[in-house]
Design a protein around this ligand. Structure first.
Ligand SMILES: *Cc1c(COP(=O)(O)O)cnc(C)c1O
Length: 497
């Protein structure tokens, strides 16, 4: 059955999946949402016999209904291949009574690889299907991990260029080194003097600039987005929740009818929204536990029904979650508003003008599947050390926020269902924070020596993604003000702007 995509801000005018992927964001500034959530047509038992690629096909075919079987299978097989350092793609590791779903075995050792290794293929396939002849310019704001994963995905992909903006002083040294050493003649990396929200706002403004779009079109370019607002990012993220449930079922860890809880370290709300969609599809998921760091805007939202970005922006040791505007939350707001585009637009306008909105009691009731909590910096470090001392298993700072919130949830509710914790980055991506938490006796060591130390300590080899940048030359050193992003893009494309 064909599935179309509505904008969260305008009624009517639904588009095909390939059109939604090409556009990224709807013309009215809204996000594309499937007009209904499809239901899995395979049982857990059937799914438990499938590998990752097969599971991906079973899930994605329900969403990308205008892709042929051959097109979709080709995208999947080009994405989930030897770029991943394990055939399993997403291993499920049990430690201290929870299952860590390791989403970091791709090219850049963070969970963004799960979607960004397939997005370039979904996008170029969509372009072909819609007879697009323009060169596609990917414009991305990153809090650290998206940038590198998008660069790795799009580098030297024919018919595309990619521009990545990151907060100059808001990402880890390894994250920055990963980006500024990026090869590929179609790549452009720019640091901005501002934080992630500034970068994201700047990118949204460039997307909304109709005049610029017309000028671009004349020169044979068009923008698209690799940010987590693209439906082509969201859909591949549903896959690993299905895979994890099926695997737990296949291993006899859960029985028929038994539900699990899922904990997701959250920033832009994409990963946890994928889990929410997975639940709507019929997966046996009970609570969706949303874990925040000290930027606890989502915790406050779940606790009070008010979303309020008017607060201090905190730089934490989990920078990929240092976000005050969680873009993907709009899809959930739209859903709990009864798919009422007018109501949603009203709230989003309030967010833009006043930095704040409040949902109704009725909408709050529809959030009962969610539980929100947060971990501060001390708790995050303590969680890394505690788990390491107890089991020898080392997790990164983002995952530790989730593990800590899981403990708080169990303490508060006594709910001890089987739990999957989304493990979103390799500890080798945030080595210094991880090592500071475990063992402080490393004063004066550089980032790469620290990685060697962490390897000795954890018994896990230094991942190839880190080895690769050890001695790589810096290829990008552009920095611009937060109000100069448009000029910067125009200069790269060689147009007036
Ligand atoms: C992006 C990211 C997150 C947050 O995911 P969202 O989908 O933006 O909520 C968490 N951890 C890591 C390591 C990330 O890169």
């Amino acid at each position: 059955m064909e599935l179309l995509y509505d904008s969260t801000r305008t009624k009517g005018k639904p588009v095909k999946a390939s059109e939604a992927i090409l556009k990224g964001l709807s013309d009215d500034g809204g996000l594309f949402v499937p007009e209904r959530i499809p239901v899995l047509d395979q049982s857990l038992e059937e799914l438990s016999g499938m590998n990752y690629a097969q599971t991906a096909y079973e899930v994605m075919k329900l969403y990308l209904t205008d892709f042929t079987k051959e097109e979709l299978e080709s995208c999947i097989s080009r994405a989930y291949d030897a770029k991943f350092d394990t055939d399993e793609i997403v291993p499920l590791v049990e430690a201290d009574g929870a299952f860590y779903l390791e989403l970091f075995h791709g090219a850049t050792i963070a969970f963004k690889d799960m979607a960004l290794s397939i997005l370039p293929h979904l996008l170029t396939t969509s372009a072909r299907k819609n007879h697009v002849e323009n060169e596609i310019v990917i414009l991305t704001a990153t809090s650290g991990d998206t940038g590198k994963a998008a660069l790795a995905g799009f580098a030297d992909v024919e018919g595309t260029r990619i521009v990545v903006f990151y907060p100059k002083n808001g990402v880890s040294p390894i994250q920055e080194k990963q980006m500024i050493t990026q090869k590929g003649k179609n790549t452009y990396v720019v640091g901005i003097n501002g934080n992630f929200d500034d970068a994201q706002t700047g990118v949204k403004e460039i997307f909304a600039d109709r005049e610029l779009a017309a000028e671009l079109n004349e020169k044979g370019f068009q923008f698209s987005s690799a940010n987590s607002i693209n439906i082509g990012r969201l859909v591949p993220q549903i896959v690993y929740y299905v895979y994890a449930c099926a695997k737990l079922f296949g291993q006899g860890r859960i029985r028929k009818g038994e539900k699990i809880n899922v904990v997701v370290p959250t920033g832009n709300f994409g990963n946890i929204l994928a889990a929410f969609y997975a639940k709507q599809m019929g997966l046996p998921i009970d609570r969706l536990i949303c874990a925040s760091n000290e930027n606890r805007v989502l915790y406050d939202f779940f606790a009070t029904g008010a979303y309020d970005r008017n607060r201090e922006f905190v730089l934490t040791s989990s920078p990929s979650m240092d976000i005050l505007i969680s873009s993907n939350l709009e899809r959930l707001i739209y859903q709990i508003a009864g798919r009422d585009a007018d109501k949603n637009r009203e709230l989003m306008d309030a967010l833009k003008s006043a930095g704040r909105y409040e949902i109704t009691d009725g909408m709050r009731e529809a959030l009962c599947d969610f539980y929100g909590n947060y971990a501060d910096e001390r708790e995050t470090a303590r969680t890394i050390r505690g788990l390491y001392e107890k089991t020898g298993y080392v997790i990164d700072t983002h995952t530790a926020v989730a593990a800590c919130v899981h403990h708080k949830y169990v303490e508060e509710t006594g709910d001890d269902k089987v739990t999957v914790i989304a493990s979103t980055a390799s500890p080798f991506k945030f080595t210094r924070s991880v090592m500071n938490a475990i063992d402080k006796s490393h004063d004066g060591l550089g980032d790469f020596e620290l990685a060697d130390r962490l390897s000795q300590l954890s018994g896990v080899p230094v991942p190839a993604a880190v080895e690769e940048i050890r001695n790589a030359p810096v290829l990008h050193d552009h920095v611009c003000g937060k109000n100069e992003m448009k000029q910067t893009v125009c200069a790269f494309l060689g147009i007036g702007g």
